[in-house]
Design a protein around this ligand. Sequence first.
Ligand SMILES: Nc1ncnc2c1ncn2[C@@H]1O[C@H](COP(=O)(O)OP(=O)(O)OP(=O)(O)O)[C@@H](O)[C@H]1O
Ligand code: SF4
Ligand SMILES: [Mg+2]
Length: 386
Amino acid sequence: MTGLLQPDHRGVSTDALLTVEDLSVGFPTDDGVVRAVRNVSYTLRPREVLGIVGESGSGKSVSSMAVMGLLPRTAKVTGSIRYRDRELVGLSYKDMQSVRNNGVAMIFQDPMTSLNPVYTIGWQLAEAYRAHHSVSKRTAWAKAIEALELVGIPQPDRRASQYPHEFSGGMRQRVVIAMAIINDPDVIIADEPTTALDVTVQAQILETLLRLRDEVDAAIVMITHDLGVVAGMVDRVQVMYGGTVVEAGPVEEIFDRPRMPYTVGLLGSLPNPARLGQRLTPITGAPPSLINLPAGCAFSPRCPLVIDQCRTSEPPLLATERGDHSTRCHRWQHLAGLNRPRELFEHEEIGVIENPAALVEADPDIPVATEAHTVELRLPQEGPSA
Ligand SMILES: Nc1ncnc2c1ncn2[C@@H]1O[C@H](COP(=O)(O)OP(=O)(O)OP(=O)(O)O)[C@@H](O)[C@H]1O
Ligand code: SF4
Ligand SMILES: [Mg+2]
């Protein structure tokens, strides 16, 4: 099966595991077609970690559900999704079953989606293993304990006999990761696996995923709405807006030289240690309707750099001055020439707040830089952790 693949110096193939090309997904509804994903492409090689970042509704989950073959039947999927040399678009549910878990596994945001409350953790893991291997129950149980140990669950042999409700949120999420890796997948898609967890546990879960990348040679797609989560974790970032990729490149490039105003806005809404106690500068306005997308650039109604051309023609995704960095913006060169691009969104800042903790207490949705955030934030200059 791997005969065509070229090994690198570690003996790991450098050829693509997953190739998504021009993927589009539409959902017909009474009000029109929801164009949830438009012309998304990416390639994932062994041990590579790709971050997919964007606001709620930008198509992150739908594009991944398309890879997993888990979209409702009504969804119209076009383009190509290749796992190794196998085309996945158009495969039957049954054929996809062999690719799921064995080849590409997904970790869902809510651990209870993947766990059955009435069975022990060990039983569920063992059954997941037996679904793809003809082994005895005893062997599968041993494999379950091994998987729990791999994701850092203490006393795995004792914990295997417990039920999901006996685990804390963070430990439950580790169990879900164990479930995803028990059949040794090549690709793990982690869809916001940490948002329901506190920041310390989030960091532990992300470290567990990175360790698995090294131990089982898996490639990872990390989906999040928070650019801060991917800093220091991923190799490449793909920023999504209105169902399509608006910027893509190596993580340092995206942080240091963003070439799309939306990415600049996302960076401005990250907690920044230098501005502790100040209100963050979120992008105002709402994401576009996916049924009636704006003509031209989907970000034009919210963009501080908008010009007439943006309202009539959608920019193509083109390489910037660096070939491995691309952007969908008519004005990326203008943006590149700005000394302080983050100031583009600063008119939205509302002065210095003396007691940010009280503000968060009053309204938890208000994004305010707090000490807790800045301590846990993995800043890009730390570099990818090993
Ligand atoms: N079955 C469906 N029918 C119609 N529209 C759908 C369906 N599933 C998803 N959508 C729409 O597709 C768009 C993209 O959804 P998706 O779940 O991919 O967003 P997301 O980027 O993962 O957001 P979040 O960060 O909130 O998880 C949304 O507008 C959503 O309402
Ligand atoms: S194309 Fe125009 S509206 Fe869109 S991001 Fe670039 S400058 Fe803004
Ligand atoms: Mg989602």
